[in-house]
Design a protein around this ligand. Structure first.
Ligand code: LLP
Length: 406
């Protein structure tokens, strides 16, 4: 939950740019990248930021400058990663159920594709003979936070299934394609290194089947960061060390060093983000007071979509009497940020700050209820605060509408 931007600066930026407002702390992003690099001690490590977590161009630029590649899931994300200057050799494309034209976009630009469907393998073999691809597997393990975030369990739509391994190996042996990597992604908010250990063992066993052409093993993302003050995070140092040991042994076993790829999203950007919201009014009576903020799940969807806990600060009244209260948004349907939360008394006009808003915040925001999306500001380590995306206006929404109708 930690970011280095002071409450006074948050309030000042809110005043300067208007509310609601996303504010990111570049120092936190840089710190998180450093933690990963330190924790994993393998001869070749690549961090490919899962840029769906926060796809704003200035964030991609920063993360690339800090030495990371990108993992992308759409043509738009590939375009943005390339625009950030990331060489195509450091970009991977890990889509789900997309049209072949998106694979073509990747392959034409030398972006590495991760494949988990038979017809896609056939198609690439026919149109790009000799291409190098990575196979995505489903380890069949239930791990992660909310059930919607567990994507590596049996029956998930992602990845080839372990029971298809023999047939898949025979199938790829008959193609011209070079299987240069294996990939998995277990899910999100995974705090238990035991689940990762189990899944990584399965993946390394699978990797042995293609060991002659193997260049990398991609273990995905999903590393848990603390959302609640009492939350434990994944202990990155010991986790990194145990994965690295196992990976070094794997490399020794196949007789050469291959690259370990990580695809963190949340781990890099979640704690760096805040969303500031103004309290439009407070309703007394009832079981407990209810504070209405002039924002909603159109701007930040995690509490509603995943029942996610996000810490809230009352920046305007930090020393106020602690009161049990609800915080709700302004959308015209159930729209809740916090229920029965102990917080310094909230008053009309107060500015609330919702923490851990960097990952899957702006990138999942929408124009629901015909509401423009907020601006985004980045605070750089030298203290400069830069508007990295202006707030949308009603005019932006109308322009989009007109374009779609012509
Ligand atoms: N690699 C792949 C192939 C992925 O699909 C994802 C996330 C990641 C890496 C990064 O996972 P992370 O490190 O961010 O947990 N909207 C949800 C999370 C969806 C994750 C989708 N895939 C949320 O707000 O919790």
């Amino acid at each position: 939950m930690t970011s280095t931007v002071s409450h006074a600066i948050l309030l000042q930026l809110g005043e300067q740019y208007g509310l609601p407002l996303y504010i990111y702390d570049a120092a936190t992003i840089i710190r998180q990248i450093g933690r990963l690099k330190r924790a994993f001690t393998v001869p070749h490590l690549e961090i490919r930021y899962a840029c769906k977590a926060l796809t704003t161009q200035a964030v991609l630029d920063l993360i690339y400058l800090e030495g990371c590649g990108m993992d992308t899931v759409s043509q738009g994300e590939m375009f943005m990663a390339l625009r950030a200057g990331v060489p195509s050799s450091q970009i991977s494309f890990t889509p789900s159920g997309v049209m072949l034209s998106e694979y073509m976009y990747a392959l034409e630009r030398g972006i590495h594709v991760h494949v988990d469907q038979w017809h896609v393998l056939e198609w690439i073999d026919r149109h790009y003979p000799g291409a190098s691809v990575t196979l995505r597997f489903n380890p069949g393990i239930e791990a992660g936070g909310h059930s919607k975030l567990q994507v590596g369990r049996d029956g998930s739509k992602f990845g080839f299934q372990a029971q298809d391994l023999d047939v898949l190996k025979a199938f790829t042996d008959n193609l011209s394609l070079r299987i240069s990597g294996v990939h998995m992604h277990l899910g999100s908010d995974i705090g238990s290194s035991g689940h990762f250990d189990e899944a990584y063992s399965i993946l390394l066993d699978i990797a042995m089947r293609w060991k002659d052409t193997l260049q990398h093993v991609d273990v995905g993302g999903g590393f848990k960061i603390p959302y609640h003050p009492d939350d434990h995070a994944l202990d990155m140092d010991s986790f990194g060390e145990s994965v690295s040991q196992r990976f070094r042994a794997f490399c020794a076993g196949i007789g050469r060093d291959v690259t370990l790829i990580l695809e963190p999203g949340k781990y890099l950007v979640s704690e760096a983000g805040h969303i500031l919201m103004e309290v439009s009014g407070v309703r007394g009576g009832g079981e407990r007071p209810m504070a209405f903020v002039a924002s909603g799940f159109n701007h930040f969807v995690r509490p509603m979509n995943y029942d996610a806990y996000h810490h809230i600060l009352n920046l305007s009244n930090p020393t106020g009497a602690i009161v049990r209260q609800d915080v709700v948004g302004y959308l015209c349907e159930t729209d809740t940020f916090a229920t029965d939360r102990m917080l310094p008394e909230i008053r009309q006009g107060d500015v609330l700050c919702l923490m851990n808003a960097g990952a899957y915040g702006y990138s999942m925001a929408s124009n629901y209820n015909a509401r423009p999306r907020p601006a985004e500001v980045m605070v750089y380590p030298d203290g400069r605060a830069v508007l990295i995306r202006r707030a949308e206006t009603m005019d932006d929404l109308l322009q989009t509408d007109m374009l779609m109708n012509t």
